[in-house]
Design a protein around this ligand. Structure first.
Ligand SMILES: Cc1cc2nc3c(=O)[nH]c(=O)nc-3n(C[C@H](O)[C@H](O)[C@H](O)COP(=O)(O)OP(=O)(O)OC[C@H]3O[C@@H](n4cnc5c(N)ncnc54)[C@H](O)[C@@H]3O)c2cc1C
Length: 178
């Protein structure tokens, strides 16, 4: 994020990054450099096949996810971060747990899912011991989903949730391709 003074952004009164013309120019220069390298080393003529491209920077990741320093994947699994015990589920706020990529080192979808499940286990361990035992056994591979659902510890769910169409799907529905 701190590359070239935060990618040549400025900040507004609320501390948000402001994307200047210099920022847009820097993005373009870097994208062009990457394309040039790839063309020279791997894919001659690549540019002639590109109709449109988007460039994302840490500022982009920050805008969309709010992640500290615009990181893609949470805290780096480095020796320094291991020694500093960056990974943690409990926070100084009572009953406020971390249940995403920041609870562990490394980030990524698998780590975020693991952290979500572990955070749920920590809550169940305190609030609902029978449910904790069943869920923990399942997580340890000692029981199946069918057995978990049969246990009657969890509330019944009729699988009635329907995903809302994405903006792209909505636009396709209203403008079908002839
Ligand atoms: C470009 C890119 C490519 C990636 N590719 C991969 C990949 O190929 N494989 C992989 O495993 N991982 C990949 N990752 C990483 C992966 O997406 C993350 O590690 C994972 O999504 C983290 O999940 P999370 O639930 O912890 O956080 P997020 O998915 O970031 O969810 C946090 C949510 O909280 C919301 N939020 C933030 N602040 C607030 C607030 N104040 N109030 C309310 N809501 C708020 C955000 O809008 C967001 O929806 C990629 C990430 C990026 C950016």
């Amino acid at each position: 994020m701190n590359y070239k003074n935060n990618w040549q952004t400025t900040t507004d009164v609320n501390g948000n990054y402001v994307r200047t013309d210099a920022y847009k120019q820097l993005k373009k220069e870097i994208a062009e450099t990457i394309l040039q390298h790839v063309e020279e080393l791997v894919a001659p003529g690549l540019r002639s096949h590109i109709l449109f491209y988007e460039v994302a920077t840490p500022v982009t990741h920050w805008r969309y996810t709010g992640n500290k320093n615009g990181t893609m994947m949470g805290a780096k699994p480095s020796r320094k971060n291991m020694k500093s015990r960056i990974a943690h589920y409990h926070t100084p706020v009572k009953n406020l747990l971390i249940g995403g990529q920041w609870a562990e080192l490394g980030g990524g979808v698998p780590i975020a899912v693991k952290a979500g499940a572990n955070a749920a286990l920590l809550i169940l361990q305190k609030e609902n011991k029978p449910a904790f035992k069943i869920f923990a056994n399942y997580m340890d591979g000692k029981t199946s989903v069918a057995d978990v659902l049969k246990s009657e510890t969890f509330k019944e769910y009729d699988n009635s949730w329907i995903r809302k169409p994405t903006p792209a799907e909505k636009s396709k529905q209203s403008n079908p391709v002839p």
